[in-house]
Design a protein around this ligand. Structure first.
Ligand code: IMP
Length: 184
């Protein structure tokens, strides 16, 4: 059985995602033209977005990665976040753009921002591919770039997982309810 058979409906096709990323990358290239920003992304969800976004940016940048555990294997946020890999680079006086796959409650991004802000970057903003605004708890996040708004449904693909699967789908879609139910 193919992975895509578990998808109830596609929200964003591969073409739509790549188009949107090109537009976001053009904006970032303009806004950060003089600063050689550091793009920081969070493994593993933002892996594909970071790879495509960074390649579409036309100014000098550097990239770095953090890894956290957030949801465990469940589909609801606990708010508990643990840093399991820190950045390699120092960010003091750097212009930092946090590249996120999805902002849901905002608790994860809020934790990351507080961690990064304590290191005195020159600036710190967020670029997220997906925004599930309906579920936001922390509404003070500096989201400077946002790809798409998503409804309050559990989405997978293009880096987003359910129990570590579906990350490699090239599109973003909603899982069939029976797939989520079967995993419980
Ligand atoms: P937040 O802390 O509630 O904003 O959750 C952020 C993290 O939860 C994301 O980086 C994802 O790992 C995960 N997440 C939230 N919503 C979804 C979803 O619909 N599908 C897959 N992962 C999600």
């Amino acid at each position: 059985m193919a992975l895509a058979d578990d998808i109830a409906r596609v929200l964003f096709t591969e073409v739509q995602i790549q188009d949107r990323i090109r537009t976001m990358a053009a904006q970032i290239s303009r806004d950060y033209a003089a600063t050689a920003p550091l793009l920081v992304s969070v493994l593993k969800g933002a892996l594909y977005f970071m790879a495509d976004l960074s390649r579409a940016i036309t100014i000098p940048i550097t990239v770095d990665f953090m890894a956290i555990t957030s949801y465990g294997d469940e589909t609801a946020s606990t708010g508990a976040v643990r840093l399991i890999k820190d950045l390699d680079e120092k960010i003091t006086e750097r212009h930092v753009l946090l590249v996120e796959d999805i902002i849901d409650t905002g608790l994860t991004a809020d934790y990351l921002l507080r961690t990064l802000r304590a290191r005195d970057p020159a600036s710190l903003n967020i670029c997220t591919l997906l925004d599930k605004a309906a579920r936001r708890i922390v509404d003070t996040l500096p989201i400077q770039y946002r790809g798409f708004e998503v409804p309050d449904e559990f989405v997978v693909g293009y880096g987003l997982d359910h129990r570590q699967l579906y990350r490699n789908l090239p599109f973003i879609g909603v899982l069939k309810p029976e797939v989520i139910a079967a995993a419980r």
